[in-house]
Every structure is written in structure tokens, then in C-alpha cells.
Design a protein around this ligand. Structure first.
Ligand code: UD1
Ligand code: UDP
Length: 374
């Protein structure tokens, strides 16, 4: 009988936590095979706590690094410095990171400095554009350069890794763990106070927007375009859970505070977000994770970015890239609001991001990588 494998997960933001949670929870159910150690960088504070609370995850260690308006250099250096003694103390068999945040890259560098094998969950997503999304595209490319084992959510992400000459032997196509998380959260009888403020006959548009490259002019012009479409369509209301980033808070309140049918609310916990998503007519977002989840709930997504690392969804017809050019934003909204055929086509397209069993596949792969086929 092999010793349980010591798997250290390191993550720091809301989306990483949501997508790592299914893996951590599964490991806890198999103590004979896995000894999970959970380390959070605290790149996010309240938004991370929301997720940990929902999934009842108690980190073994919290680096607690968040500062208001933190710079990328501050995040990177603080995480690397603070991880040193923790990696020395625990010496895990493998470190798992997720996605493309600065916590992800910093933890990957630390794993390399300590010569600990690195597994990358959600590996191989690419736009091939250094500055879009920024800094995420380079965060994930550099993390894949440092990784030893790759959990690619789709065949396309595997293909991207092969183009970069990563070893096929260590690439596993698993589906995205976001879909695993979704299976635990959606409840047909769900209710939330914000829904009481909305006329039953109105169509809900769920909006999220936070990316660094959209902050400033692109965000403001997108908000203006949305306001114009709301004025044209009196049966629509927007719910916007606003990211806690000060730059995003300022822009959202400046443009929407005086608009009746826009409901600005604090970030929702993940159960609330998934359920409100399920009750919406469509989604507008620059988020990565939301592009994967909304199609699973049959919700069309207008992507407020010029490029996406999730082209599978565009190809399947569940996502439409509209960027932040007001003309394209408005045309996208009008298509979904005024053309029932186009709406039907987008809302019934098949979700290409998995079947909700990604965590199982990831854990089987880790077991095989560390113990061979024993
Ligand atoms: C980060 C990730 C981004 C990911 C996003 C998910 C980087 C560089 N960016 O962006 O890839 O898409 O998280 O949401 O890793 N704040 C709080 N409380 C919180 C969280 C944030 O007050 O719980 C505020 C802080 O002032 C912080 C600011 O938001 O300085 C921005 O947070 P930061 O983690 O630097 O970047 P995000 O835009 O959240
Ligand atoms: N999400 C949430 N509450 C919100 C908005 C989003 O729980 O108010 C969830 C959403 O379901 C998805 C994840 O957060 O799983 C996406 O995170 P975010 O958009 O912050 O980051 P990205 O995916 O762009 O890196």
C-alpha cells in the first residue's frame, strides 16, 4: 500500500478557489490516497473568503498578501518570499496551481525553486497575444513552461501545449473543474433579495466586468452602450455584482448609480452567482470562468473582450465576442433581445467545457504520475 500523496494546492483569487474546490473536496474523501495541504496566498480577501466559506474549506496556511490597489510586482515578490518557508516545511509530493493569475505564476516559480513537481490545472489556454488578457496570457504560458503535469480542459488546450513541445505523456484532457463546481450549486428553488426588486416579466441581463485591460475608457464606453440599450428595451434589467477592485467600483458607480433598472450589488458568493446566472436571460462578461459556466446553464454570453482563450465556446455558438466597441456591444444586445431565433440558437448550443467529472480525472492522473500504475 502506497503512502497518501501529499498534494499542496496553492491559489489566491476567487476563480482559482472555485475551480480548485472540487479537487480539494474529492481529496478529502480519499484519505488513503491523498493528503491535501491547502495554501492560499490571499491575493483576494473577501472574494476568496466567500468561496472558502461556501465549500467549507479551511486553508492550512494563508499568506494574507492583499493590499489595496496592489501592483503585479508586489503580488509576485510577496508570494514567492512567503512561500519559501512553507514549501521547506511541508515538502509536498506535488504542487497544484490553477489558471493564470499572478498567484498561479508566483507559486509555479516557487515550486521550481524548491524542485517540487508542478501540476497545472486549466493548462494550455492561449490567445497568443502577450497583452490580452494582461497579465494572464503570460502568466499561463510561463506556468506551463515550469509545469511537469498538465490538466488541459479540452482537446484544443492539449493541442496548444503540444505546439509548444510539452510532453504528451504528461498531458491529460480532463474537462474544466468549473463544471464540477456548478453541479453542487444550482438549485431550482433558489431565491435572492435582488430578485424581489425585479419585475417578473422583465428579462435579466447579468453583467460582470473587471479585467485590467478593460479598466478606464473601454469599461466606461461599454457601460454607456448598455445604458442606451436599456433605454430602448423597457423590459430589461441589469444585475451587476461589482468586483471589489477600486478602479472597477469607481467606474460602475459613476455610470450606473443613477440608472433605475441597473442593480449594482456586492460580489455574490458562488452559489448566488450560479443561481442568478440560471435565472438570467443572458450574460455580458469579460470574465474567463463565466464563459465556461454560463453555457452549461443554457445562457448566451456576450464576451466583452476582443480575444478569448476559450474559442471552443465561440465555435460551439454559446459565446459571441463583442469587445468594448459600443457599436458591437449594442448590436450583440439587440441580437439577443430582438431576434428570438438567434437567441434560441445560442442558448441551445452544447457546452464544450466538460461533464462535471474533471476532478476525478485529475486525481487519477496525479496518482498515476506519482505512483506509476500501482
Ligand atoms: C485577479 C487576477 C485576474 C482574475 C481576477 C479574478 C491577477 C493579476 N489578476 O484580478 O487574472 O481574473 O483576479 O477576479 O492575478 N480587492 C479587494 N478584495 C478582494 C479582492 C480584491 O478589496 O477580495 C481589491 C483590492 O484593492 C485589490 C484589487 O481589488 O488591490 C485588485 O485585485 P487583484 O487581485 O490585484 O486583481 P484582480 O483585478 O482582482
Ligand atoms: N463569480 C462569483 N461571484 C460574482 C461573480 C463571479 O462567484 O459576483 C464566479 C463565477 O461563477 C466564476 C468566477 O467567479 O466561477 C469567475 O471569476 P472572475 O470573473 O473574478 O475571474 P476570471 O474567471 O475572469 O479569472
Amino acid at each position: 500500500m502506497n503512502e497518501p500523496i501529499k498534494v499542496m494546492t496553492i491559489f489566491g483569487t476567487r476563480p482559482e478557489a472555485i475551480k480548485m474546490a472540487p479537487i480539494i473536496l474529492k481529496m478529502k474523501q480519499e484519505p488513503d490516497r491523498f493528503d491535501p495541504i491547502t495554501v492560499v496566498t490571499g491575493q483576494h480577501r473577501e472574494m476568496l473568503q466567500q468561496v472558502l466559506h461556501v465549500f467549507n474549506i479551511h486553508p492550512d496556511c494563508n499568506l494574507n498578501i492583499m493590499r489595496k490597489n496592489q501592483t503585479l510586482s508586489e503580488i509576485t515578490t510577496t508570494v514567492i518570499n512567503k512561500l519559501d518557508p512553507i514549501l521547506d516545511q511541508h515538502r509536498p509530493d506535488i504542487i497544484l496551481v490553477h489558471g493564470d493569475t499572478t498567484s498561479t505564476l508566483s507559486a509555479a516559480i516557487s515550486a521550481f525553486y524548491h524542485k517540487i513537481p508542478l501540476g497545472h490545472v486549466e493548462a494550455g489556454l492561449r490567445t497568443w497575444n502577450k497583452y490580452s488578457p494582461y497579465p494572464e496570457e503570460m502568466n499561463r504560458q510561463l506556468t506551463d513552461t515550469l509545469a511537469d503535469v498538465y490538466f488541459a480542459p479540452t482537446p484544443l488546450s492539449r493541442h496548444n501545449l503540444l505546439i509548444e513541445h510539452h510532453s504528451d505523456k504528461h498531458i491529460y484532457v480532463t474537462g474544466n473543474t468549473a463544471i464540477d463546481a456548478l453541479k453542487k450549486t444550482v438549485d431550482p428553488n433558489y431565491h435572492h433579495a435582488v430578485l424581489d426588486k425585479i419585475d417578473d416579466k422583465h428579462r435579466i441581463i447579468l453583467l460582470t466586468m473587471h479585467r485590467r485591460e478593460n479598466q478606464g475608457v473601454p469599461m466606461l464606453r461599454t457601460f454607456k452602450a448598455i445604458k442606451q440599450e436599456l433605454a430602448k428595451h423597457s423590459d430589461t434589467e441589469v444585475i451587476y455584482p461589482v468586483h471589489l477592485s477600486p478602479a472597477v467600483q469607481k467606474a460602475a458607480h459613476q455610470e450606473f448609480d443613477s440608472v433605475d433598472r441597473v442593480h449594482l450589488i456586492p460580489p455574490l458568493d458562488v452559489v448566488d452567482f450560479h443561481n442568478i446566472c440560471a435565472k438570467s436571460y443572458f450574460i455580458m462578461t469579460d470574465s474567463g470562468g463565466v464563459q465556461e459556466e454560463a453555457p452549461s446553464l443554457g445562457k448566451p454570453v456576450l464576451v466583452l473582450r476582443n480575444q478569448t482563450e476559450r474559442p471552443e465556446g465561440v465555435k460551439a455558438g454559446t459565446l459571441k465576442l463583442v469587445g468594448t466597441d459600443p457599436k458591437r456591444v449594442k448590436a450583440g444586445m439587440e441580437m439577443l433581445l430582438d431576434d428570438p431565433k438567434a437567441y434560441h440558437k445560442m442558448s441551445t448550443a452544447k457546452n464544450p467545457y466538460g461533464d462535471g467529472k474533471a476532478a476525478n480525472r485529475i486525481l487519477s492522473a496525479i496518482y498515476k504520475e506519482i505512483n506509476g500504475d500501482k
